[in-house]
Design a protein around this ligand. Structure first.
Ligand code: SF4
Ligand code: SF4
Length: 496
């Protein structure tokens, strides 16, 4: 049940945020309707504890177990996400199961690989001149051409994916090299921190030259040292583990603490009485977690040192401690125990999400929590986590735009080559590597630099980075976009 407390000032903030419109102001007084699913959004948005919750379940409500929120849904109502509807006591998905995917665009096999790469092929400048090489090859009876040029791209940069839990600052923090800003920390991805380096605005700033050099060095697989906010030193190189503040990363985290509990709840049950998995995103508590309940566990009474999000899932704070949290030791992860539930003698394992840091504790008769030596049984959990982790590495993705003047070397109808790329009639590759074309206008692409042929990238001091660009298509389609057909030569001449 959701209850309005005496601290409520009837400000209406929760009314705006309730996902199922279960709150309203009647005569300027906050009211809770019976369609409330007890999702807790209102409790989290209220700045003054104006709402509290009891565990009471409304009559006829069904508890949804499709996510940790566990909505209590009365007949005829939906849960907070609107995905599940209570139909006469049974939860049903609110849309039909769609079995057929969209057709999508997949270029034909014959044009997916370039005849030659652009690496070392030279540039055309000014861009209105034909590309330096336009070659033809017959593939299974079809004439195919590849246009290649090493194109200076002002709109370019790299996104570096660092497989690490280690704290490197917050999203939006600046990345420096040689005292110049060259990029920023961008949104974190599963198991990885991401840096965005370069882009047109950085390339034209006073740090433009060092930015261009950094993009190219990283894209060509060289080692580069940068700092975030001039505090956290990062040495990175495509394919190698990052070195952060002098420490080489070893393992990429298996997932957040909740995911780790989800994967290993059964093993944790076999080995210990309780397990806390420390992580900067979600700290997991196995006996309270739904995954623990699924293997027959009941809450042990242990309380983690973090803010509760949902069952068995807690939010820690970001910092330089274990797993990117502010917890500097395993002991700090245990806030205490609920004495009405906890049983003296229980063993509590605290572990991080790579299984590299762990400690075992025992609840004493006087309810003190004491560290004890790891047992072989308890060690099975961190070992299993560690063995399931991938090796930590850096990955470098080059992002560029060739939808501007660089099209002039391809054909006389620039819009037509853009449309040909988006419709799958022409295939763009970078140094022979497949790319992902961003939807919408332009020819903006992302390429995994480890798939590009060696030393494919360079830079010019305009400044801009130079990418090896290849377009491959049927000769008939090249004629249609008014390509420089008179420049086409037989690929065999170059390959001799
Ligand atoms: S608990 Fe969720 S559904 Fe209930 S009133 Fe609050 S926000 Fe709305
Ligand atoms: S899946 Fe949706 S309806 Fe079910 S508990 Fe989660 S938010 Fe509620």
């Amino acid at each position: 049940m959701i209850l309005v407390t005496e601290k409520c000032k009837n400000c209406g903030l929760c009314v705006k945020n309730c996902p199922v419109n279960a709150l309203c102001l009647e005569n300027k007084q906050l009211q809770v309707k019976n369609i409330c699913v007890q999702c807790g959004v209102c409790i989290r948005v209220c700045p003054r504890e104006g709402i509290s919750r009891t565990d009471e379940k409304p009559e006829n409500a069904v508890i949804c177990s499709n996510c940790p929120v566990q909505c209590r849904i009365i007949p005829g109502a939906t849960g907070a996400c609107k995905r599940f509807l209570n139909v006469d006591g049974e939860l049903r998905r609110t849309i039909e199961h769609v079995l057929e995917p969209k057709a999508g665009i997949l270029p034909e096999e014959k044009i997916r690989r370039p005849i030659i790469t652009a690496v070392g092929g030279g540039s055309n400048y000014p861009c209105s001149l034909p590309a330096p090489h336009i070659v033809r090859e017959n593939r299974d009876g079809v004439d195919v051409i590849t246009v290649v040029t090493e194109a200076p791209l002002s709109y370019s940069g790299v996104t570096v994916k660092l497989d690490t839990n280690t704290y490197i600052g917050e999203e939006g923090d600046k990345v420096y090299r040689d005292g110049k800003v060259i990029g920023m920390v961008t949104t974190e991805e599963y198991g990885s921190k991401m840096l965005s380096i370069g882009g047109a605005n950085r390339l034209t700033s006073d740090g433009g030259f060092i930015t261009a050099r950094t993009i190219v060095e990283l894209a060509n697989g060289q080692e580069v040292e940068v700092s975030v906010d001039k505090k956290y030193k990062i040495i990175m190189q495509a394919g190698k583990a990052p070195i952060i503040n002098g420490v080489q990363e070893k393992k990429m985290r298996i997932g957040c603490g909740s995911a780790t509990v989800g994967l290993f709840a059964a093993l944790m049950k076999e080995c210990v009485d309780e397990c806390i998995v420390i992580d900067h995103h979600v700290i997991g508590l196995v006996t309270e977690h739904l995954a623990g309940a699924a293997v027959g566990l009941n809450w042990s009474g242990v309380i983690p040192n973090a803010a509760k999000s949902s069952r068995g899932r807690y939010f820690g704070e970001h910092g330089g401690g274990i797993g990117g949290t502010t917890l500097m030791s395993c002991r700090e992860a245990i806030k205490g125990v609920d004495r009405s539930v906890a049983r003296p003698g229980i063993r509590i394992l605290v572990v991080n999400t790579t299984g590299e840091i762990y400690a075992l504790f025992e609840l004493q008769p006087g309810y003190e929590i004491q560290e004890i030596p790891m047992t072989e049984q308890a060690l099975r959990v961190p070992r299993a986590i560690n063995e399931t982790c991938e090796e930590s590495r850096c990955s470098v993705m080059y992002i560029g735009g060739t939808g501007g003047s660089a099209r002039g070397g391809v054909c006389k109808k620039p819009l037509a080559i853009t449309q040909a790329v988006h419709s799958g009639k022409a295939v763009l590759t970078i140094g022979g590597a497949p790319v992902y074309i961003l939807p919408g206008g332009g020819i903006n692409f992302i390429v995994d630099t480890e798939q590009v042929v060696a030393n494919g990238f360079s830079w010019v001091p305009t400044p801009a980075t130079v990418a090896p660009v290849e377009y491959t298509m049927r000769l008939s389609d090249y004629e249609f976009i008014e390509g420089h057909v008179d420049q086409v030569k037989d690929a065999a001449i170059l390959k001799q």
